[in-house]
Design a protein around this ligand. Structure first.
Ligand SMILES: NC(=O)c1ccc[n+]([C@@H]2O[C@H](COP(=O)([O-])OP(=O)(O)OC[C@H]3O[C@@H](n4cnc5c(N)ncnc54)[C@H](O)[C@@H]3O)[C@@H](O)[C@H]2O)c1
Length: 272
């Protein structure tokens, strides 16, 4: 069996997002954090939206050490009214938003798996729908004046699980499948305003989502890095590999791409 090779973080493209403003939800951790790092190092002013202040403080400290322009908006996206207000305030304060990455997401509620045919299988329905789906619509709606001012690119983070049939994460999978539909509808609604809307479907990615609950998160991460997985590349993704695809969709290089879904999953094979 060949050894799993963990890819190095590739060089960024300095200046690609110079003069642009990027808002990243879930930017305090995992894929969102990798996006914050990438956009900021490529010249953007970045706003992190997250409910986790402690994790966001760490991200900001790391970014400020490199003299990068990153600020924080604390927000619980499950709170509709707070999300609406924050979106409107951000739009007013920022004036223009050129990139919006919707990466914040939750999988379980209280560590519980969801399944259609077990007791409490509906537990978490509202929360997952609100955070993974509805908050995105509320954010985009509230930020429209800033997103449409000079055109923008919105990237929604879905999941490779939309292509699978799984009983044990059915609510999560439903929200991520719905997000692909929302992506297309938004793309159609906003095309005349020069706003492109796309989605990525990451494969399994080594983030805090998988490691935080482990007794030893570092050991868990190392274990995951060695794992052989059922995709053509045979390994899990690093967050920066998903961020690179998101940055491409957010950039002018993707100027003729909208309403599409980019699979960033190492060539996932659908197992029979
Ligand atoms: N890691 C994977 O294997 C994987 C695979 C496919 C898709 N995804 C998707 O990618 C996205 C990012 O996942 P990740 O692995 O980076 O997760 P993560 O847990 O490392 O980061 C998610 C971030 O979202 C924030 N967040 C969660 N709920 C929030 C709320 N109500 N309000 C504000 N912020 C909130 C968290 O505080 C955290 O900082 C998610 O949408 C996830 O569903 C992840």
């Amino acid at each position: 069996m060949t050894e799993v090779i963990v890819p190095e973080i590739p060089p960024v493209m300095p200046g690609r997002f110079a003069g642009r403003t990027a808002v990243v939800t879930g930017g305090a951790s995992g894929i969102g954090r990798a996006c914050v790092d990438r956009f900021a190092r490529e010249g953007a002013r970045v706003v992190v939206i997250d409910r986790n202040r402690a994790a966001a403080d760490e991200v900001l400290a790391a970014m400020h050490e490199q003299k990068l322009d990153v600020r924080f908006q604390e927000l619980d996206l499950s709170d509709e009214e707070a999300t609406r207000q924050a979106a409107e305030t951000l739009a007013r304060d920022l004036g223009e938003v050129h990139v919006l990455v919707n990466s914040a997401g939750i999988v379980h509620v209280g560590g519980q798996q969801s399944s259609p045919f077990v007791e409490n299988g509906l537990k978490g329905w509202d929360l997952l729908v609100n955070v993974n789906l509805k908050a995105i619509a509320i954010l985009v709606h509230g930020m429209l004046p800033a997103l449409t001012k000079n055109g923008a690119s919105i990237v929604n983070v879905s999941s490779e699980s939309v292509f699978k049939a799984r009983s044990y994460k059915w609510i999560y999978d439903m929200t991520k499948t719905g997000l692909l539909s929302v992506t297309r509808s938004m793309a159609a609604a906003l095309a005349d305003n020069n706003v492109r809307v796309n989605a990525v479907t990451p494969g399994g990615t080594i983030t805090e989502m998988h490691t935080n609950d482990a007794a030893d998160p570092i050991a868990r991460r190392e274990e995951m890095e060695k794992l052989k997985t059922p995709c053509l590349l045979g390994r899990l993704a690093q967050p920066h590999e998903i961020a690179a695809a998101i940055a491409f969709l957010a950039s002018d290089d993707a100027s003729y791409i909208t309403a599409t879904t980019l699979q960033v999953d190492g060539g996932l094979q659908k197992l029979s």
